[in-house]
Design a binder for this molecule. Structure first.
Ligand SMILES: O=C(O)CCC(=O)C(=O)O
Ligand SMILES: [Fe+2]
Length: 240
C-alpha cells in the first residue's frame, strides 16, 4: 500500500465569477485574432500549421508578453484560489474552437503534463478563461466531479498528446459570463463539451500554473505576485 498523502490541489474545481476585467479579455482576443490574420500572409512552420489546425495559436502569438496583462486586474478571489500555484508556466495556450474535430477529449491535465517528458512539472493547476461575449451559449468545458487519481493516458486520434478512453458519469459544466474563469487541478477529468443548442465556436485562454519550488532550470515563468518574468535561479532578461 502506498502511504503517500495525495495533495488536495490535484482535485480543485472552482468557477470564479468576475475574475477578470471583461475589456482586458476582449482586447486580448482582438490582439490574437489580428495576429492570426497576419499569419495568413507569412509562411508558417509545420509545428504552427499543426497548432492552427487544432484550433491553437502559433508560437509567436502565444509568446507575446501582453498575454499576461489581464492578470494585473485579476480579482483577489482569483489569485487566492490559486493557493501557492503562482508561477505561470510559459507560454499560455489560446484555443479557437470552430469544428467538432478540434474538440479536446477526456483527459486530466496531469496526462498532458506527463506527455511533455523531461519538460513536465511535478504538478500543475489550470485556469480556463473564455474570451467571447456570452460564453454560456458556446461550446465549453465539461468536468467529471468524481475524484480520480492519475489515470493512464494515450495519444488521441485527433492529434492531442494525451487522452482517456473511459467515459465519466457525474458531469458538470458552468454557466460562464465574460470575465469568469474556472480553475482546476491536474487530476480533474475534463473535455470540450457542447451544451444543447450551443454555438460551435469559442475562443479561450488556458493558463497553467506551478508552485515555485517545482520550477525547472532555464525556463521562463511569470510570477503573479510580482508581475514579472522569472527563472528558478535569478532573474529573466524578458523583463529588460
Ligand atoms: O478548451 C477546451 O475545450 C479544453 C481545454 C482544456 O483541456 C484545458 O484547458 O486544459
Ligand atoms: Fe486540459
Amino acid at each position: 500500500m502506498n502511504a503517500e498523502v495525495i495533495d488536495s490541489s490535484h482535485y480543485v474545481l472552482k468557477h470564479i465569477k468576475h475574475a477578470f476585467d471583461a475589456k482586458a479579455l476582449t482586447t486580448a482576443k482582438k490582439r490574437i485574432f489580428d495576429g492570426l490574420i497576419q499569419c495568413d500572409q507569412h509562411p508558417l512552420t509545420e509545428r504552427d500549421k499543426n497548432a492552427i489546425s487544432r484550433g491553437e495559436a502559433p508560437d509567436h502569438l502565444r509568446l507575446n508578453t501582453n498575454n499576461y496583462d489581464l492578470w494585473r486586474y485579476a480579482s483577489n478571489e482569483m489569485t487566492q484560489s490559486l493557493e501557492d500555484f503562482l508561477w505561470v508556466y510559459y507560454p499560455p495556450q489560446f484555443r479557437n474552437i470552430q469544428r467538432e474535430v478540434q474538440e479536446v477529449r477526456w483527459h486530466q491535465d496531469a496526462g498532458f503534463n506527463k506527455a511533455l517528458g523531461d519538460k513536465a512539472h511535478a504538478q500543475i493547476m489550470t485556469c480556463f478563461i473564455p474570451l467571447d461575449e456570452n460564453p454560456q451559449k458556446r461550446v465549453t468545458v465539461q468536468f467529471s466531479e468524481e475524484i480520480q487519481p492519475y489515470l493512464q493516458h494515450s495519444p488521441t486520434s485527433n492529434g492531442f498528446a494525451a487522452g482517456l478512453e473511459q467515459d465519466f458519469t457525474k458531469l458538470i459544466h458552468f454557466d460562464l459570463e465574460l470575465g469568469d474563469a474556472i480553475i482546476f487541478g491536474d487530476f480533474v477529468p475534463h473535455r470540450t463539451f457542447a451544451p444543447q443548442n450551443s454555438i460551435w465556436e469559442r475562443s479561450s485562454f488556458e493558463f497553467r500554473f506551478i508552485r515555485k519550488p517545482d520550477a525547472l532550470e532555464k525556463k521562463d515563468y511569470y510570477d503573479l505576485e510580482r508581475n514579472i518574468f522569472v527563472q528558478k535561479n535569478g532573474s529573466s532578461d524578458l523583463n529588460d
